[in-house]
Ligand binder design. Structure first.
Ligand code: B12
Ligand code: SF4
Ligand code: SF4
Length: 382
C-alpha cells in the first residue's frame, strides 16, 4: 500500500512538470542543524532573522506536521534561455523573470498532497515551499534528489541546479530513497566566478556578500559591495551558469519559465530608475520581483547605472536624486553620480547637497563628492 501511494505521488508530480521526486524520513537531522547553527554563529545570514531555534525547527519536519513520518521532496526544473542583452539594460536572474514560481509549485504540491490524502482516505499531508521554516536543500539531499554543491545549491543529476524545491510532509510511512554519495570533487568554477567572493569553497556561503541577497534586501546596499554587483538588478545566476552539471542539463524549464517579456527579463535601466507603482504592479508584481516593492528595483537600477558609467544617464540620475520619494533611492542615485564623476554629475550632486533634507542622503552626497575635493598640493585623480 505505501509503495503504491509513493508511486502515485511520484506519477502525479512528474505529470505536472517535476523533474525528480524522492522520499526521505521526517526524522530530525542533527547534521544539518549543526551546519546551520555554525553558519548563523559565523553571522553568514545577517539579513535573515535566523537563530539556533530556527535551525532546530527547520531541520525537524515534525515541527511542520505533528506525527510526520515521511517527506516527499520534489525538484521542478526552471532553466530557460536568457533574454536578449542590450546596452543599459539590467540583468535579472532566471528564477525571477517568469510568473512567480511559488504559485506554480504550490499547485503541483497541492495536487500531490491531494492524491496522497485521497489514497489514504483522510488528511495526512502538509506542503512547504520556500517560505516555511524547513531546510529544503538538506532534506532534498537526504532524499537523494541531488547533492549540495559548492555554490550551496542542490544539484540534481540530469537536471542541474536550476530546480526549485518543494515538499509534501506526510504522517504516512512511505518507502525511503537513499542519499547520493556525490560531491563536487576538485571543481571550483562557482567559487572562482563569484564577483563578491561570497562562496568559500567549503560548501558554505557568506550570504551578506551574495548579490542575490544584496539586490533583494530592503535596506541600503553597503558602498563597498555596489561596484561588484555589475548589471544585476535582481538575484544572480553566475555561480550556476558556470556549473558543469547545470550547463550540461540545459534549459529544461520549457516555455512556462521564459521571461514574461523583454522589460521584465532585461529591463531598461533608466525606465527601471523611474519605475512608479502603477507600472510596478502591471509588470513586476506577477513575478518573484514583486515581493519587495518598486523602490528596491529603483535602487538596484541606480547601482547598475553607477556601474555602467554612461554619461548619457546623468540626467535621469540627477532627476532621481532630486525627486525620488524614497531616501534610499536618492542616496544610491548620489553614489551613481559620484561614480560617473562628469562635470554634469558633480554639478547635480553639489546643487542638491544643500537642498536635501534627509541626513542619510546628505551623507551619500558628501561621500560621492569626497574624491573630487581638491586640497592644496593634491590633484584629484578623477
Ligand atoms: C535564505 C535563502 C536565500 C538567501 C541565502 C542563500 C543560502 N545559500 O542559504 C539568499 C537571498 C542569498 C538566497 C539566494 C538564492 N536562492 Co534562496 N533561499 C533561501 C531560503 C528561504 C532559506 C535558506 C536557508 O535556510 N539558508 C541557511 C543555510 C545555512 O541553510 P541551507 O542553505 O538551507 O542549508 C545548508 C545546510 O543545510 C548545509 N548542509 C546540510 N546538510 C549538508 C550536507 C552536506 C554534505 C553539505 C555539504 C552541506 C549540508 O548546507 C546547506 C547549504 O549551505 C531557501 C528556502 C528554504 N526554506 O530552504 C531558498 C532557496 C535555498 N533559494 C533558492 C534559490 C533558487 C536561490 C537563488 C538561486 C536565487 C537567485 N538566482 O538569485 C540564489 C542562490 C544563491 C546561492 N549561491 O545560494 C532555492 C534553491 C534551489 C536549489 N536548487 O538549491 C531555495 C531552496 C528555494 C526553493 N524552494 O526552491 N536564498
Ligand atoms: S549568486 Fe552570484 S554573488 Fe551569490 S554566490 Fe552565486 S555568483 Fe556569488
Ligand atoms: S561549479 Fe563545480 S564546484 Fe561549483 S557547484 Fe558546480 S560542480 Fe560544484
Amino acid at each position: 500500500m505505501s509503495e503504491a501511494i509513493k508511486q502515485l505521488a511520484v506519477r502525479t508530480a512528474l505529470e505536472l512538470g517535476a523533474g525528480a521526486v524522492r522520499v526521505t524520513s521526517a526524522r530530525a537531522d542533527e547534521e544539518s542543524r549543526r551546519r546551520m547553527q555554525a553558519a548563523f554563529a559565523r553571522r553568514d545570514f545577517l539579513c535573515w532573522s535566523y537563530d539556533d531555534e530556527y535551525a532546530r525547527r527547520a531541520t525537524d519536519p515534525r515541527e511542520l506536521c505533528r506525527g510526520a513520518r515521511s517527506v516527499v521532496c520534489i525538484a521542478l526544473p526552471y532553466a530557460a534561455p536568457a533574454p536578449r542583452a542590450g546596452p543599459l539594460r539590467g540583468r535579472v536572474s532566471n528564477y525571477a523573470w517568469s510568473a512567480d514560481y511559488h504559485r506554480r509549485l504550490r499547485v503541483l504540491l497541492d495536487a500531490v498532497a491531494h492524491a496522497i490524502d485521497e489514497a489514504a482516505g483522510k488528511r495526512v499531508t502538509t506542503v512547504a515551499c520556500d517560505t516555511r521554516p524547513l531546510a529544503e536543500r538538506a532534506l532534498a539531499a537526504r532524499a537523494g534528489l541531488g547533492w549540495i554543491g559548492k555554490h550551496t545549491n542542490l544539484i540534481s543529476p540530469g537536471l542541474g541546479s536550476f530546480v526549485f524545491l518543494g515538499e509534501v510532509v506526510t504522517t504516512l510511512e512511505l518507502p525511503q530513497d537513499e542519499s547520493l554519495a556525490k560531491t563536487c570533487g576538485s571543481c571550483a568554477r562557482c567559487v572562482e566566478v563569484c564577483p563578491t567572493q561570497a562562496l568559500r569553497g567549503d560548501y558554505t556561503i557568506d550570504a551578506n556578500r551574495c548579490i542575490s541577497d544584496l539586490t533583494q534586501r530592503t535596506g541600503a546596499i553597503p558602498i563597498s559591495m555596489r561596484p561588484l554587483i555589475g548589471d544585476w538588478v535582481w538575484g544572480c545566476d553566475l555561480c550556476q551558469l558556470v556549473c558543469p552539471p547545470t550547463r550540461e542539463a540545459g534549459p529544461l524549464g520549457g516555455a512556462h519559465w521564459a521571461p514574461l517579456d523583454q522589460e521584465v527579463g532585461r529591463p531598461a535601466l533608466v525606465d527601471l530608475l523611474r519605475l512608479r507603482s502603477s507600472a510596478f504592479k502591471k509588470r513586476f508584481e506577477p513575478t518573484a520581483m514583486g515581493w519587495r516593492g518598486a523602490a528596491v528595483l529603483r535602487r538596484n537600477a541606480a547601482v547598475a547605472l553607477g556601474n555602467a558609467l554612461d554619461r548619457s544617464t546623468v540626467g535621469p540620475l540627477a532627476e532621481s536624486l532630486r525627486g525620488d520619494p524614497h531616501p534610499m533611492v536618492r542616496g544610491h542615485a548620489a553614489w551613481a553620480l559620484g561614480r560617473i564623476g562628469s562635470p554634469a554629475a558633480l554639478a547635480a550632486l553639489r546643487g542638491q547637497s544643500n537642498m536635501e533634507r534627509s541626513d542619510e542622503v546628505r551623507a551619500e552626497i558628501s561621500m560621492a563628492l569626497q574624491p573630487f575635493h581638491s586640497s592644496p598640493g593634491v590633484c584629484s585623480t578623477r
